[in-house]
Design a protein around this ligand. Structure first.
Ligand code: GLC
Length: 687
């Protein structure tokens, strides 16, 4: 449809029909039971039949038959016949499930992440979906918060890189095999106080802008079509009614012209927060903040008619919001084809295919971190007498808590994948592989925990075998960084598998037996205990840094080391890499880093080199190190690769005390690293 036709459409619509376009309800309001409920059902959501046939979008309905049924009925009975948008949470896979994003991130492989999003979009559009509520790019430094599984970790630069990859993968060129993506949750939901779900977020503006906003901005620069507002407040004002956040930053500073949708019920939650006296004021604040679609509540439906009648400004805002929704529908081609290529045939032939599962396998292999391998207990060999045990050995709960149409009933467990391998009785085995960790139901939305340690019976199980002749290998399933300190020094090797997806079990067995070589590196620090939280690699020097752990009057804990158990960027390989010929220089406004890496082992492998920088003196205290570049390389046994990095001065800017985004010339230390704590070489330069 041409732009002028949208204007014509707008002119023909009644106020009721315009407001309807700004309301999203779930399937049961359209008489279907095949939809996912992802939040409370509000009894006050009463909509009459006339209103239903003005609604603009549907939450959580999936499948060609269901979507055809709703769309065709709607188009028949709706006066304006503006096709419905179908939206849902395809976060890390639709039917073929990839590792949870916190796992995918450890691949340090943006191209792989983009590929997983492409496949997710292909499967989801085959089933009739138009929009996915992803990527979730909320930076978090707090593993008490259950939703860390949905994001890509604690680093701003890395989160921004993956945000763009997810958006490009989901959206592609907006053809019928791609989805409109919705970056969420805007903004800074990962900074909820005390890691407690739906809580306040209080951040100085310079930290909000420097650490938390860049990943959303990166998604917008990558062309993301929608933005979802978050449940939390930002410095006292709920994001959904926060004009400074949505109008000043998102719309005016970042020139975002796409659709803003609230999170589930977040618009009327302003009344519960106590920042709106009633639904009418909540609706008014949201529309003034340029919120377009209200998800799963009906304040717009119930109050905007009156508001636009009494305030012409509100009518202008209403038309602007409806136009953005119509333009999204037009961009998706819905006016020409309300079903957008959804065909039963496609649903049957393009979903859960061997090809898609191969990518899920490759992603799982690159998303499982080898944290420890002290005695070289891994990889296992056919000569080893191995016993496999533990509460999660036979678990098929490998998909994570946002695994859309993933199905645990056709997900293999590790036990079911151990078909050729010899499994020895425990008492004769020389190696024990113990499978432990979380259930996916303990992770994700509304799953904050104050205790992130392994359960006592798991610790007891490990301790029962520790200390003997047998070598112990731990495989951990988790949606968050867990506190492994009760067992980490009692076992010889640790594989951290997160929730590795549809092909996770196969990937784990192949990594255990060396058919695959681990290459993943942590993107979120593993704490020694929950008392250290928030814990992250880009800490600050303080005025009294800890040099040794027994000093008085320095910044440390009396009862715990201040370093994490396993730091950001940590991850081992079966290969052995040597680094040499490192060279750091400056050229015009760039920092140039060169280094050679040789695989001195007999095992082909991949590894990632990380470049951190520290601004030695700034007008505000600067972090000890910040990730500024990374590259993952594949090096066959005996081969050498040269790496070259260029870091532009622009990347060294920060928000100062007055919230100005500035570059301050001076000395910087450049770290060429394996991890945030494992430095290969460093050099101080001036730029
Ligand atoms: C949930 C989540 C959000 C999701 C939405 C729709 O409450 O916070 O991430 O996209 O509702 O399911």
């Amino acid at each position: 449809m041409k732009k002028e036709d949208i204007n014509k459409l707008l002119e023909e619509m009644t106020i009721q029909e315009k407001i309807g376009q700004l309301t999203q309800l779930s399937g049961e309001f359209f008489q279907t039971d095949n939809q996912e409920i992802t939040g409370p059902i509000y009894s006050e959501n009463k909509v009459n039949e006339e209103e239903v046939y003005t609604l603009g979008s549907v939450l959580g309905v999936y499948g060609v038959e269901n979507i055809y049924k709703i769309q065709s009925d709607y188009l028949k009975k709706s006066r304006m016949k503006i096709p419905l948008l179908f939206m849902a949470d395809v976060i890390h896979g639709a039917r073929t499930i990839f590792p949870i994003p916190l796992g995918l991130a450890t691949s340090f492989n943006p191209n792989l992440v983009q590929k997983t999003a492409e496949i997710a979009a292909k499967e989801a559009t085959a089933a009739g979906l138009h929009v996915t509520f992803a990527p979730m790019v909320d930076l978090s430094r707090d593993p008490r918060w259950g939703r860390v599984m949905e994001g890509t970790g604690e680093d701003t630069f890395l989160n921004a890189s993956f945000a763009a990859s997810f958006v490009k993968g989901f959206q592609g060129n907006f053809d019928n095999e791609h989805l409109a993506a919705c970056v969420k949750h805007f903004a800074a939901y990962g900074a909820v106080e005390a890691g407690r779900e739906y809580n306040v977020v209080d951040l100085p503006e310079n930290k909000l802008r420097e650490l938390y906003l860049p990943a959303y901005k990166s998604a917008i620069d990558a062309g993301v079509a929608l933005v979802m507002t978050s449940f939390n407040t930002i410095n006292g004002v709920p994001a959904t009614g926060n004009k400074w956040l949505l109008k000043k930053i998102l719309r005016d500073e970042w020139s975002f012209e796409g659709v803003v949708i609230t999170d589930y019920g977040a618009l009327t939650e302003q009344v519960i927060w106590g920042t709106a006296k009633n639904s009418e004021e909540a609706a008014q604040k949201a529309l003034l903040a340029t919120v377009d679609i209200e998800m799963m509540t009906t304040a717009y439906l119930q109050t905007l008619k009156y508001l636009v009648k009494t305030d012409k400004k509100m009518l202008v805002l209403l038309d602007e919001a409806v136009r953005r929704v119509l333009e999204l529908k037009n961009r998706l081609g819905l006016f020409e084809d309300p079903y957008r290529g959804a065909l039963l045939e496609r649903e049957k032939t393009q979903v859960f295919t061997e090809e898609n599962k191969q990518v899920a396998y490759d992603a799982a292999v690159e998303s499982i971190v080898l944290l420890k391998n002290d005695k070289g207990s891994l990889p296992l060999t056919k000569k080893d007498k191995v016993s496999f045990l533990g509460p999660l050995l036979d678990s098929t709960d490998l998909l994570g808590s946002w695994s859309w149409k993933g199905d645990v009933t056709d997900t293999e467990s590790v036990l079911s994948e151990l078909v050729e391998e010899e499994c020895s009785p425990i008492d004769v085995a020389d190696k024990l592989v113990i499978f432990v960790g979380e259930q996916s139901s303990q992770t994700g939305e509304s799953k904050s925990y104050t205790n992130i340690s392994l359960e006592q019976e798991t610790v007891d199980l490990v301790c029962r075998y520790a200390g003997g002749e047998q070598e112990i290998i731990l495989v951990v399933f988790a949606g968050r960084p867990l506190d492994l300190s009760a067992v980490s020094d009692k076992v010889d090797s640790i594989l951290y598998a997160y929730f590795p997806g549809t092909m996770g079990a196969r990937a784990i067995v192949d990594l255990l037996y060396g058919k695959q070589n681990p290459s993943a590196k942590l993107t979120m620090s593993l704490p020694r205990n929950v008392g250290q939280i928030p814990i992250y690699y880009n800490q600050y020097m303080t005025g009294r840094p800890t040099l040794t752990e027994d000093e008085e009057y320095v910044s440390r804990y009396q009862d715990c080391l201040k370093t994490p158990l396993y730091p950001f960027g940590h991850g081992l390989s079966y290969s052995e890499f040597e680094y040499f010929d490192s060279f750091v220089s400056t050229k015009e406004n760039k920092v140039i880093v060169d280094i050679s890496v040789k695989n001195i082992s007999s095992i082909d492998g991949k590894t990632t080199v990380l470049i951190f920088m520290r601004d030695l003196v700034g007008s505000t205290a600067r972090p000890l190190k910040e990730l500024k570049a990374f590259e993952k390389i594949e090096i066959n046994a005996g081969e050498t690769r040269q790496l070259h990095f260029e870091i532009d001065r622009e990347q060294l800017k920060f928000y100062n005390f007055s919230n100005d985004y500035i570059f301050e010339p001076g000395k910087f230390e450049v770290f060429i690293s394996r991890s945030s704590e494992d430095i290969i070489d460093s050099k101080i330069i001036e730029i």
